[in-house]
Design a protein around this ligand. Structure first.
Ligand code: ADP
Ligand code: MG
Length: 343
C-alpha cells in the first residue's frame, strides 16, 4: 500500500463549553496530541493536516472535502462538549464513507455506557465488579461497602475524586446526588476493588495482540486517600495525587499474571467489537481476583500516556503505529466497498 504523500486529516474536537462541564483539560491536551500526531506523520512522509471539529459539523466535513483527505486519523473524543457524542462523530464518517482510524461508532457507543458495557462483558463470562446503575439518591443499593460512585457515561476520570470512594450510606447518598446533579446522568455505583490497577493496550495489526502490561504504582499515596486514579491524579501534574500515581510499564508481575491479563484484554477487545487500538483497565483484589474496569476504545494516545508507553515497551515506534492504523483504515475502505463491511 502506497502511503508516501498520502493526504491525511488529523481530526480532533476542540473545547466547547457545555451546561454541566467546566473541566477542559482533556480537550486542551487533545489539541496538543493532534499536533504531535500531525507532525509525526509529516516527518514520516505523509501529508497530514489538522482538522479541528468545532461547533459546526458542516464546517468540519467541508474541511475534509477541501483537503481531499484520503483518510482521517480520528482523535475526536466528543462533540460540542459532550463526550457522549464521540460515537456520533464516527457514525457521520461511516455513512459518508470517509475512512478513519480507530474504533467504529457502535463500539464507541457501547463502551461509553459503562453499565451496558459491563453487562456485555459479563454475558461473555468476563469478570467485572458488582455494580448498580442509580438514577436517584434515595434508591436502595444492594452492594458491599466500600463502594465507588462515578458518572455512568464519562471518560478520563471526569467526576472521579477521592471522595467518590464511600464507606457508609450517608456518603453514598451524597456522592450519588453530586454525580446525578453535576453530570445530568445516572450514577454507576460499583464495589470498590482495593488493590492493584493494571492497563493493557491492545493493538490490531493483521492479528490482535496485547502489548506489555502497565501498572499504576500507588505506593506513595498519602495516608487517608483511596488508591484510585482520580481526576486530580490524571490531569494535574503538580498535584500530589498525580505524583503519587506513577505508571510502570512493563509492570513488575510474573508471567502467569501477565498472560492472564493479556488474554482477558484480547477477549474484552473482541467482545466489545473493537478494532485498531484500545486499552483495557483492570483492578485486582488482595485475593488475586481480577476485574475488568472498562474497555477504552479511544484511549489517551498522547506520547506521555499509557498507550504510547506500552508501544514503546513493545518496541513499536509512534510513527510506525500510526501508519499501521492508517493502513487498517484504508484496508477497511476496500473491504467495506466489496462486502458492505460488518464492522
Ligand atoms: N470498582 C472500582 N474499584 C477500584 N477503583 C476503581 C473502580 N472503578 C473506578 N476506579 C478508579 O477510578 C478510575 C476511573 O474510573 P473508570 O471506571 O476507569 O472511569 P473513566 O472512564 O473516567 O476512566 C480508575 O482508573 C480507578 O483508579
Ligand atoms: Mg478508565
Amino acid at each position: 500500500m502506497v502511503i508516501d504523500r498520502l493526504k491525511v486529516g488529523v481530526a480532533f474536537n476542540t473545547y466547547e463549553p457545555f451546561i454541566y462541564r467546566k473541566e477542559r483539560v482533556s480537550e486542551d491536551s487533545l489539541a496538543k496530541v493532534a499536533e504531535v500526531v500531525c507532525e509525526t506523520l509529516n516527518q514520516a512522509g505523509l501529508e497530514a493536516t489538522l482538522i479541528p471539529l468545532q461547533r459546526s459539523m458542516f464546517n468540519f466535513l467541508r474541511r475534509i472535502k477541501e483537503l481531499d483527505a484520503e483518510v482521517i486519523v480520528n482523535l475526536c473524543e466528543g462533540f460540542f462538549g459532550k463526550p457522549q457524542w464521540e460515537s456520533n462523530v464516527a457514525a457521520v464518517m461511516e455513512v459518508l464513507h470517509i475512512p478513519f482510524t480507530g474504533n467504529g461508532s457502535r463500539t464507541l457507543a457501547l463502551c461509553q455506557d459503562k453499565h451496558q458495557a459491563k453487562a456485555i462483558l459479563s454475558s461473555f463470562n468476563l469478570p467485572v465488579a458488582p455494580s448498580q446503575l442509580i438514577t436517584s439518591a434515595d434508591e436502595m443499593v444492594d452492594l458491599r461497602f466500600p463502594l465507588i460512585v462515578k458518572p455512568n457515561s464519562e471518560d478520563a476520570s471526569l467526576g472521579v475524586h477521592p471522595e467518590s470512594v464511600v464507606y457508609d450510606r450517608e456518603a453514598l447518598a451524597a456522592q450519588v446526588k453530586r454525580v446525578i446533579e453535576t453530570y445530568s446522568q445516572p450514577a454507576l455505583v460499583e464495589e470498590f476493588i482495593d488493590g492493584r490497577e493494571f492497563n493493557v493496550a491492545v493493538l490490531e495489526n493483521e492479528e490482535i495482540k496485547a502489548l506489555p502490561v502497565s501498572e499504576i504504582d500507588f505506593s506513595a499515596m498519602p495516608e487517608g486517600y483511596p488508591r484510585i486514579c482520580s481526576y486530580e491524579a490524571k490531569w494535574y501534574p503538580d498535584h500530589i495525587l498525580y505524583q503519587a500515581t506513577p505508571p510502570i510499564c512493563p509492570a513488575p508481575i510474573d508471567d502467569e499474571l501477565r498472560e492472564k491479563l493479556q488474554t482477558l484484554a484480547i477477549t474484552a477487545f473482541k467482545v466489545m467489537g473493537c478494532r485498531d487500538y484500545a486499552r483495557v483497565d483492570f483492578r485486582m483484589n488482595n485475593k488475586g481476583e481480577i476485574f475488568i474496569l472498562e474497555v477504552n476504545p479511544n484511549p489517551d494516545i498522547s506520547l506521555d500516556a499509557g498507550y504510547a508507553r506500552a508501544l514503546k515497551a513493545a518496541g513499536i515506534d509512534y510513527a510506525e503505529f500510526w501508519i499501521m492504523m492508517i493502513q487498517n483504515a484504508l484496508k477497511r475502505k476496500i473491504t467495506d466497498a466489496s462486502t458492505n463491511g460488518k464492522r
